[in-house]
Design a protein around this ligand. Structure first.
Ligand SMILES: [Zn+2]
Length: 438
Protein backbone atom coordinates (compact mmCIF):
# COMPACT_ATOMS: atom_id res chain seq x y z
CA UNK A 1 0.00 0.00 0.00
CA UNK A 2 1.56 3.29 -1.16
CA UNK A 3 0.05 6.64 -0.22
CA UNK A 4 1.19 9.88 -1.84
CA UNK A 5 0.56 13.30 -0.34
CA UNK A 6 1.15 15.47 -3.38
CA UNK A 7 2.32 19.05 -3.73
CA UNK A 8 1.90 20.36 -0.19
CA UNK A 9 3.95 22.68 1.99
CA UNK A 10 6.16 20.30 3.96
CA UNK A 11 6.94 21.72 7.40
CA UNK A 12 9.33 19.66 9.51
CA UNK A 13 10.82 21.68 12.39
CA UNK A 14 13.12 18.76 13.35
CA UNK A 15 15.08 19.57 10.18
CA UNK A 16 14.13 23.26 9.82
CA UNK A 17 12.45 22.20 6.62
CA UNK A 18 9.86 24.41 4.90
CA UNK A 19 9.50 23.42 1.24
CA UNK A 20 6.87 22.64 -1.36
CA UNK A 21 6.93 18.96 -2.16
CA UNK A 22 5.32 15.56 -1.82
CA UNK A 23 5.52 12.79 0.76
CA UNK A 24 5.30 9.08 0.05
CA UNK A 25 4.29 6.46 2.60
CA UNK A 26 4.61 2.75 2.00
CA UNK A 27 2.74 0.44 4.35
CA UNK A 28 3.21 2.08 7.75
CA UNK A 29 6.40 4.06 7.02
CA UNK A 30 7.42 7.32 5.40
CA UNK A 31 9.77 6.37 2.56
CA UNK A 32 10.51 9.65 0.83
CA UNK A 33 9.57 13.30 0.70
CA UNK A 34 10.56 16.56 -0.93
CA UNK A 35 11.01 17.02 -4.65
CA UNK A 36 10.20 13.40 -5.51
CA UNK A 37 8.18 13.84 -8.71
CA UNK A 38 5.04 11.75 -8.90
CA UNK A 39 5.80 8.17 -7.93
CA UNK A 40 3.20 5.43 -8.39
CA UNK A 41 0.82 5.14 -5.48
CA UNK A 42 -2.39 3.32 -4.56
CA UNK A 43 -3.83 6.52 -3.12
CA UNK A 44 -2.89 10.07 -4.07
CA UNK A 45 -4.08 13.12 -2.18
CA UNK A 46 -3.71 16.53 -3.74
CA UNK A 47 -2.32 18.68 -0.92
CA UNK A 48 -1.95 21.91 -2.90
CA UNK A 49 -2.30 24.77 -0.43
CA UNK A 50 -2.12 22.42 2.54
CA UNK A 51 0.57 21.78 5.14
CA UNK A 52 2.16 18.37 5.52
CA UNK A 53 3.61 18.16 9.03
CA UNK A 54 4.82 15.62 11.58
CA UNK A 55 1.90 14.21 13.57
CA UNK A 56 1.18 16.61 16.42
CA UNK A 57 2.19 15.84 20.00
CA UNK A 58 -0.01 16.84 22.93
CA UNK A 59 1.86 16.55 26.20
CA UNK A 60 -1.12 17.40 28.40
CA UNK A 61 -4.37 15.44 28.03
CA UNK A 62 -6.86 14.08 30.56
CA UNK A 63 -8.41 10.83 29.34
CA UNK A 64 -10.35 10.28 32.60
CA UNK A 65 -10.17 6.49 32.42
CA UNK A 66 -10.14 4.69 34.79
CA UNK A 67 -12.77 6.08 37.10
CA UNK A 68 -14.59 8.87 35.25
CA UNK A 69 -15.66 7.21 32.01
CA UNK A 70 -18.78 9.40 31.89
CA UNK A 71 -16.46 12.34 31.08
CA UNK A 72 -14.15 10.61 28.58
CA UNK A 73 -12.68 7.20 27.88
CA UNK A 74 -9.37 6.16 26.41
CA UNK A 75 -11.29 5.23 23.25
CA UNK A 76 -13.21 8.51 22.85
CA UNK A 77 -10.25 10.62 23.94
CA UNK A 78 -7.84 9.04 21.46
CA UNK A 79 -10.41 9.43 18.68
CA UNK A 80 -10.69 13.12 19.54
CA UNK A 81 -6.88 13.33 19.47
CA UNK A 82 -6.73 11.83 15.97
CA UNK A 83 -9.31 14.38 14.78
CA UNK A 84 -7.17 17.10 16.33
CA UNK A 85 -4.12 16.10 14.24
CA UNK A 86 -2.33 14.40 17.12
CA UNK A 87 -0.48 11.11 16.76
CA UNK A 88 1.07 11.07 20.24
CA UNK A 89 -0.53 12.26 23.45
CA UNK A 90 0.44 12.17 27.11
CA UNK A 91 -2.29 11.28 29.56
CA UNK A 92 -2.36 12.76 33.03
CA UNK A 93 -2.31 10.70 36.23
CA UNK A 94 -5.26 12.26 38.07
CA UNK A 95 -7.60 9.39 37.26
CA UNK A 96 -9.53 7.42 39.87
CA UNK A 97 -7.52 5.74 41.21
CA UNK A 98 -4.50 7.90 40.39
CA UNK A 99 -1.87 6.48 38.06
CA UNK A 100 0.58 5.52 40.79
CA UNK A 101 1.18 1.83 40.08
CA UNK A 102 2.52 -0.12 37.08
CA UNK A 103 -0.64 -2.22 36.64
CA UNK A 104 -2.58 0.94 35.75
CA UNK A 105 0.09 1.94 33.22
CA UNK A 106 -0.33 -1.49 31.58
CA UNK A 107 -4.10 -1.02 31.55
CA UNK A 108 -3.87 2.37 29.81
CA UNK A 109 -1.37 1.16 27.22
CA UNK A 110 -3.54 -1.90 26.47
CA UNK A 111 -6.70 0.18 26.08
CA UNK A 112 -4.93 2.74 23.88
CA UNK A 113 -3.68 -0.04 21.59
CA UNK A 114 -7.11 -1.66 21.23
CA UNK A 115 -8.63 -1.62 17.71
CA UNK A 116 -11.58 0.58 18.71
CA UNK A 117 -9.26 3.32 20.06
CA UNK A 118 -8.19 6.28 17.94
CA UNK A 119 -4.89 4.81 16.72
CA UNK A 120 -2.61 7.38 18.40
CA UNK A 121 0.29 6.62 20.72
CA UNK A 122 -0.49 7.26 24.38
CA UNK A 123 2.45 8.06 26.65
CA UNK A 124 1.30 8.01 30.29
CA UNK A 125 2.48 10.47 32.92
CA UNK A 126 2.69 8.81 36.34
CA UNK A 127 1.72 10.21 39.74
CA UNK A 128 4.74 11.76 41.45
CA UNK A 129 3.50 10.87 44.94
CA UNK A 130 1.35 7.98 46.15
CA UNK A 131 -2.30 8.85 45.65
CA UNK A 132 -1.11 12.33 44.54
CA UNK A 133 -1.23 13.22 48.23
CA UNK A 134 2.07 15.08 48.22
CA UNK A 135 3.79 13.10 50.98
CA UNK A 136 5.40 9.87 49.84
CA UNK A 137 6.96 9.29 46.41
CA UNK A 138 5.35 6.70 44.12
CA UNK A 139 7.45 3.74 43.01
CA UNK A 140 8.77 5.81 40.14
CA UNK A 141 11.37 3.25 39.04
CA UNK A 142 8.66 0.62 38.53
CA UNK A 143 6.41 3.17 36.84
CA UNK A 144 9.19 4.20 34.48
CA UNK A 145 9.84 0.56 33.63
CA UNK A 146 6.12 0.19 32.86
CA UNK A 147 6.28 3.09 30.41
CA UNK A 148 5.65 6.49 32.00
CA UNK A 149 7.48 9.35 30.29
CA UNK A 150 7.24 11.89 33.14
CA UNK A 151 5.86 12.26 36.65
CA UNK A 152 3.38 14.82 37.93
CA UNK A 153 0.92 15.42 40.71
CA UNK A 154 -1.13 17.52 38.26
CA UNK A 155 -3.91 19.43 40.03
CA UNK A 156 -2.61 18.46 43.50
CA UNK A 157 0.91 19.95 43.39
CA UNK A 158 3.39 19.15 46.14
CA UNK A 159 3.27 22.02 48.62
CA UNK A 160 6.17 21.01 50.84
CA UNK A 161 9.48 22.23 49.42
CA UNK A 162 11.42 19.41 51.10
CA UNK A 163 9.22 16.74 49.50
CA UNK A 164 9.60 18.47 46.12
CA UNK A 165 13.39 18.60 46.56
CA UNK A 166 13.49 14.88 47.31
CA UNK A 167 11.21 14.15 44.35
CA UNK A 168 13.51 16.12 42.06
CA UNK A 169 16.65 14.46 43.42
CA UNK A 170 15.10 11.06 42.85
CA UNK A 171 13.93 11.95 39.34
CA UNK A 172 17.47 13.08 38.46
CA UNK A 173 18.68 9.55 39.29
CA UNK A 174 15.89 8.02 37.23
CA UNK A 175 16.36 10.51 34.38
CA UNK A 176 12.63 11.24 34.53
CA UNK A 177 11.18 14.70 33.83
CA UNK A 178 8.74 16.27 36.31
CA UNK A 179 5.73 18.05 34.89
CA UNK A 180 4.52 20.61 37.41
CA UNK A 181 1.24 22.41 37.76
CA UNK A 182 2.37 25.43 39.76
CA UNK A 183 0.04 26.62 42.49
CA UNK A 184 0.54 27.59 46.12
CA UNK A 185 -2.76 26.21 47.36
CA UNK A 186 -2.65 28.21 50.60
CA UNK A 187 -3.50 31.22 48.42
CA UNK A 188 -6.16 29.67 46.20
CA UNK A 189 -8.58 27.83 48.46
CA UNK A 190 -12.16 28.49 47.41
CA UNK A 191 -11.08 30.55 44.41
CA UNK A 192 -12.80 30.02 41.08
CA UNK A 193 -11.48 32.70 38.71
CA UNK A 194 -8.67 35.23 38.29
CA UNK A 195 -8.46 37.63 41.21
CA UNK A 196 -9.09 41.11 39.90
CA UNK A 197 -11.75 43.63 38.93
CA UNK A 198 -13.87 40.96 37.27
CA UNK A 199 -13.93 38.61 40.28
CA UNK A 200 -14.73 41.57 42.54
CA UNK A 201 -17.61 42.61 40.30
CA UNK A 202 -19.03 39.08 40.17
CA UNK A 203 -18.49 38.56 43.90
CA UNK A 204 -16.42 35.44 43.29
CA UNK A 205 -13.39 34.50 45.35
CA UNK A 206 -10.32 35.06 43.21
CA UNK A 207 -7.23 33.00 42.44
CA UNK A 208 -4.31 35.44 42.71
CA UNK A 209 -1.49 35.42 40.18
CA UNK A 210 0.93 35.27 43.09
CA UNK A 211 -0.21 31.67 43.81
CA UNK A 212 1.11 30.59 40.40
CA UNK A 213 4.20 32.78 40.43
CA UNK A 214 5.41 31.70 43.89
CA UNK A 215 5.14 28.04 42.86
CA UNK A 216 6.84 28.64 39.50
CA UNK A 217 9.69 30.45 41.23
CA UNK A 218 10.11 27.76 43.90
CA UNK A 219 10.08 24.94 41.35
CA UNK A 220 12.53 26.73 39.05
CA UNK A 221 14.93 27.34 41.94
CA UNK A 222 14.72 23.69 42.99
CA UNK A 223 15.30 22.55 39.40
CA UNK A 224 18.32 24.83 39.17
CA UNK A 225 19.87 23.37 42.32
CA UNK A 226 18.93 19.71 41.84
CA UNK A 227 19.43 19.58 38.08
CA UNK A 228 16.03 17.93 37.66
CA UNK A 229 14.36 18.38 34.30
CA UNK A 230 11.27 20.46 35.04
CA UNK A 231 8.42 21.12 32.64
CA UNK A 232 5.99 23.77 33.84
CA UNK A 233 2.44 23.07 32.77
CA UNK A 234 0.17 25.73 31.30
CA UNK A 235 1.60 29.05 32.40
CA UNK A 236 -0.95 31.84 32.55
CA UNK A 237 0.62 35.02 33.97
CA UNK A 238 3.25 37.36 32.55
CA UNK A 239 5.09 37.16 35.87
CA UNK A 240 5.37 33.37 35.67
CA UNK A 241 6.73 33.70 32.14
CA UNK A 242 9.34 36.24 33.29
CA UNK A 243 10.48 33.87 36.04
CA UNK A 244 10.84 31.03 33.56
CA UNK A 245 12.83 33.33 31.30
CA UNK A 246 15.13 34.14 34.21
CA UNK A 247 15.44 30.47 35.22
CA UNK A 248 16.46 29.55 31.68
CA UNK A 249 18.97 32.40 31.67
CA UNK A 250 20.48 30.97 34.87
CA UNK A 251 20.79 27.56 33.21
CA UNK A 252 17.95 25.72 34.97
CA UNK A 253 16.71 22.71 32.93
CA UNK A 254 13.25 24.23 32.62
CA UNK A 255 10.67 24.22 29.82
CA UNK A 256 7.04 25.28 29.77
CA UNK A 257 3.82 25.03 27.84
CA UNK A 258 0.74 27.14 27.31
CA UNK A 259 -2.81 26.04 26.63
CA UNK A 260 -4.55 27.88 23.74
CA UNK A 261 -7.37 29.15 25.96
CA UNK A 262 -4.82 31.26 27.85
CA UNK A 263 -3.86 33.25 24.75
CA UNK A 264 -7.39 33.31 23.33
CA UNK A 265 -9.59 34.52 26.21
CA UNK A 266 -9.43 36.71 29.33
CA UNK A 267 -11.25 36.75 32.67
CA UNK A 268 -13.78 39.14 31.10
CA UNK A 269 -15.11 36.21 29.07
CA UNK A 270 -16.47 34.72 32.29
CA UNK A 271 -19.18 37.36 31.80
CA UNK A 272 -22.36 36.17 33.42
CA UNK A 273 -20.85 33.26 35.32
CA UNK A 274 -20.17 31.20 32.19
CA UNK A 275 -18.68 27.91 33.45
CA UNK A 276 -17.22 27.15 30.01
CA UNK A 277 -14.53 29.70 30.88
CA UNK A 278 -13.65 28.12 34.21
CA UNK A 279 -10.17 26.67 33.86
CA UNK A 280 -7.07 26.20 36.00
CA UNK A 281 -5.02 28.31 36.22
CA UNK A 282 -7.79 30.80 35.51
CA UNK A 283 -8.05 32.99 32.42
CA UNK A 284 -6.07 36.15 33.14
CA UNK A 285 -6.03 39.57 31.46
CA UNK A 286 -5.16 41.19 28.13
CA UNK A 287 -1.86 42.40 29.62
CA UNK A 288 -0.94 38.77 30.28
CA UNK A 289 -1.87 37.78 26.73
CA UNK A 290 0.19 40.65 25.26
CA UNK A 291 3.31 39.47 27.12
CA UNK A 292 2.56 35.76 26.59
CA UNK A 293 2.50 36.16 22.81
CA UNK A 294 5.91 37.87 22.99
CA UNK A 295 7.20 34.91 25.00
CA UNK A 296 5.77 32.50 22.45
CA UNK A 297 7.49 34.45 19.71
CA UNK A 298 10.88 34.62 21.44
CA UNK A 299 10.83 30.95 22.49
CA UNK A 300 10.49 31.40 26.26
CA UNK A 301 7.28 29.40 25.98
CA UNK A 302 8.39 26.14 24.40
CA UNK A 303 5.23 24.17 23.71
CA UNK A 304 1.51 24.43 23.11
CA UNK A 305 -0.55 21.74 24.85
CA UNK A 306 -4.32 21.40 24.89
CA UNK A 307 -4.88 20.59 28.59
CA UNK A 308 -7.94 18.71 27.31
CA UNK A 309 -10.00 18.42 30.52
CA UNK A 310 -13.38 16.89 29.64
CA UNK A 311 -16.40 17.01 31.93
CA UNK A 312 -19.98 15.83 31.46
CA UNK A 313 -22.64 18.47 30.74
CA UNK A 314 -24.52 17.90 33.99
CA UNK A 315 -21.35 18.57 35.94
CA UNK A 316 -20.80 22.02 34.45
CA UNK A 317 -24.45 23.05 34.34
CA UNK A 318 -24.23 24.27 37.96
CA UNK A 319 -23.39 27.54 39.77
CA UNK A 320 -19.96 28.86 38.78
CA UNK A 321 -18.31 28.19 42.14
CA UNK A 322 -19.40 24.54 42.11
CA UNK A 323 -18.35 23.72 38.54
CA UNK A 324 -15.15 21.72 37.98
CA UNK A 325 -12.17 23.38 36.24
CA UNK A 326 -11.44 22.50 32.62
CA UNK A 327 -12.93 22.09 29.15
CA UNK A 328 -12.62 19.82 26.09
CA UNK A 329 -9.81 21.08 23.85
CA UNK A 330 -8.29 18.31 21.71
CA UNK A 331 -10.32 19.14 18.62
CA UNK A 332 -9.91 22.93 18.73
CA UNK A 333 -6.36 23.49 20.01
CA UNK A 334 -4.73 23.58 16.57
CA UNK A 335 -7.38 25.85 15.06
CA UNK A 336 -7.19 28.27 18.01
CA UNK A 337 -3.42 28.34 17.63
CA UNK A 338 -3.55 29.04 13.90
CA UNK A 339 -6.30 31.62 14.30
CA UNK A 340 -4.78 33.53 17.20
CA UNK A 341 -1.03 33.12 16.67
CA UNK A 342 -0.09 32.04 13.14
CA UNK A 343 -2.55 34.16 11.18
CA UNK A 344 -1.68 37.15 13.39
CA UNK A 345 2.00 36.79 12.50
CA UNK A 346 3.13 35.84 16.02
CA UNK A 347 4.42 32.41 14.97
CA UNK A 348 5.60 31.38 11.52
CA UNK A 349 4.08 28.15 10.17
CA UNK A 350 7.31 26.28 10.99
CA UNK A 351 7.43 27.65 14.57
CA UNK A 352 3.75 26.82 15.00
CA UNK A 353 4.40 23.17 14.20
CA UNK A 354 7.53 23.18 16.33
CA UNK A 355 5.49 24.14 19.41
CA UNK A 356 2.71 21.67 18.56
CA UNK A 357 4.88 18.70 17.67
CA UNK A 358 8.68 18.71 17.56
CA UNK A 359 9.40 20.55 20.81
CA UNK A 360 7.00 18.58 23.04
CA UNK A 361 8.46 15.35 21.61
CA UNK A 362 11.95 16.63 22.38
CA UNK A 363 11.07 17.71 25.96
CA UNK A 364 9.62 14.30 26.85
CA UNK A 365 11.98 12.35 24.57
CA UNK A 366 9.19 10.78 22.55
CA UNK A 367 9.75 9.08 19.20
CA UNK A 368 7.62 11.66 17.41
CA UNK A 369 7.68 15.18 16.03
CA UNK A 370 9.66 14.46 12.85
CA UNK A 371 9.12 13.27 9.29
CA UNK A 372 12.59 11.69 9.14
CA UNK A 373 12.09 8.04 8.17
CA UNK A 374 13.15 5.67 10.93
CA UNK A 375 13.01 8.27 13.73
CA UNK A 376 9.43 7.29 14.62
CA UNK A 377 8.12 3.71 14.98
CA UNK A 378 5.56 4.33 12.23
CA UNK A 379 4.74 7.24 9.92
CA UNK A 380 3.20 10.07 11.93
CA UNK A 381 1.83 12.78 9.66
CA UNK A 382 -0.82 15.50 9.82
CA UNK A 383 -2.28 17.38 6.85
CA UNK A 384 -3.63 20.81 7.75
CA UNK A 385 -5.56 23.32 5.68
CA UNK A 386 -4.25 26.55 7.22
CA UNK A 387 -6.74 28.83 5.51
CA UNK A 388 -10.04 27.01 5.81
CA UNK A 389 -12.59 29.03 7.75
CA UNK A 390 -15.06 26.91 9.68
CA UNK A 391 -17.38 27.11 12.65
CA UNK A 392 -16.56 24.84 15.58
CA UNK A 393 -19.56 22.64 16.40
CA UNK A 394 -19.40 20.67 19.64
CA UNK A 395 -22.03 18.27 18.29
CA UNK A 396 -19.57 17.08 15.65
CA UNK A 397 -16.74 16.19 18.00
CA UNK A 398 -15.45 12.79 19.07
CA UNK A 399 -14.88 13.76 22.68
CA UNK A 400 -17.61 12.68 25.07
CA UNK A 401 -17.41 16.12 26.63
CA UNK A 402 -19.30 18.91 24.89
CA UNK A 403 -18.11 21.50 27.36
CA UNK A 404 -16.07 24.05 25.40
CA UNK A 405 -16.07 27.85 25.02
CA UNK A 406 -15.01 27.39 21.39
CA UNK A 407 -18.47 26.15 20.32
CA UNK A 408 -19.92 28.46 17.66
CA UNK A 409 -16.65 30.30 17.03
CA UNK A 410 -15.34 30.85 13.52
CA UNK A 411 -11.80 29.55 13.27
CA UNK A 412 -9.22 29.65 10.48
CA UNK A 413 -7.30 26.43 9.92
CA UNK A 414 -8.36 22.82 10.19
CA UNK A 415 -6.80 19.39 10.41
CA UNK A 416 -7.75 17.43 7.29
CA UNK A 417 -5.93 14.12 7.59
CA UNK A 418 -4.01 12.30 10.31
CA UNK A 419 -1.78 9.27 9.73
CA UNK A 420 -0.26 7.12 12.45
CA UNK A 421 0.98 4.03 10.63
CA UNK A 422 -2.23 4.21 8.60
CA UNK A 423 -4.90 6.86 8.08
CA UNK A 424 -6.61 7.43 11.44
CA UNK A 425 -8.63 10.52 10.60
CA UNK A 426 -10.06 12.06 7.46
CA UNK A 427 -12.10 15.22 7.76
CA UNK A 428 -15.55 15.18 6.15
CA UNK A 429 -14.55 18.32 4.20
CA UNK A 430 -11.55 16.61 2.68
CA UNK A 431 -13.56 14.59 0.20
CA UNK A 432 -15.10 17.86 -1.00
CA UNK A 433 -14.31 19.16 -4.48
CA UNK A 434 -11.79 21.48 -2.86
CA UNK A 435 -9.26 18.67 -2.89
CA UNK A 436 -9.16 16.37 -5.89
CA UNK A 437 -8.44 12.86 -4.74
CA UNK A 438 -7.11 10.56 -7.41
ZN1 LIG B 1 -4.40 19.29 33.24
Amino acid sequence: MRTLLKNGRILDPSQDLDIIGSLLMEDDQIVDYGDIGEPDADETYDCTGLWITPGLVDMHVHLREPGSEHKETIVSGTQAAAAGGYTTICCMPNTRPPLDNPALVDFILDRAASPEAGGVFVAPVGALTKGMKGHELSDLAALKKAGIVAASDEEFPIQNAMVMTQAMEFCVQLDLPIMAHCEDTSLTEGGSMNEGAMSAMLGLKGIPRSAEEIAVMRNCILALHTGCQLHIMRVSTWGAVEMIRQAKFLGAPVTCEICPLHFSFTDENVGEFDTRFKILPPLRTQVDIDLIVQALNDGTIDCIASDHSPHASHEVDVPFEEAPFGTAQLESAVALTLTNLTHKGILSPLETIRKLSTKPAEVLRLDAGTLRPGDTPVAQVAVIDPNLEWVFDKHKTFSKSKNTPVHGMTLKGKVMLTFCGSEIYRDALFSDERYSIA
